[in-house]
Structures are given as C-alpha cells and as structure tokens.
Design a protein around this ligand. Sequence first.
Ligand SMILES: [Zn+2]
Length: 87
Amino acid sequence: MQLISCPFCGLRDETEFRFGAEAGKRRGTASSSAEEWANYLYFQGNPKGQTREIWVHLACGEFFMLERDSMTHEIHQSYCIRKEDQK
Ligand SMILES: [Zn+2]
C-alpha cells in the first residue's frame, strides 16, 4: 500500500486515486492529422524515472499534479493545478 497526498485532503490510500494524463501532453487541433489524433488519444510516453502526471482523487473529485519516479514509485510532490488556487 502506498500513500498519496491529495493537495486538498492530505495523505490517502493509493486505491482512492486514478491516473488522469501525462502532464504537458498537447491536444490536437482541427487541422491535426488522423495520425496526430491517434497519438494523442492512444499513446503514452511512459517515461522511465522522473515523471509529471495529472491524477484525480476519487473521494473529492479534484485533479492535481503528481511528480513521482516511475522506477522507484517515490512521490516527490503533489500540487493543485487549478489557476485560482495558485495565487
Ligand atoms: Zn482529495
């Protein structure tokens, strides 16, 4: 069992969280090719080592940034990604 810190609720069991998306992944535009859309929708970079990902805490429904090491599972930090909370 691993504990993950939700920026809104504090430390909680990993079973309360779900992966949302890779941070910084750019959505296509109306002029994007079918291949570009397929890459956006179906492929993940799955980097080895330091990662920045968007996760959701299912208990409160908030999305947040999680920085972790994909090899060691060590969590470095988690923080809010809502602009109104970053003032
Ligand atoms: Zn929460």
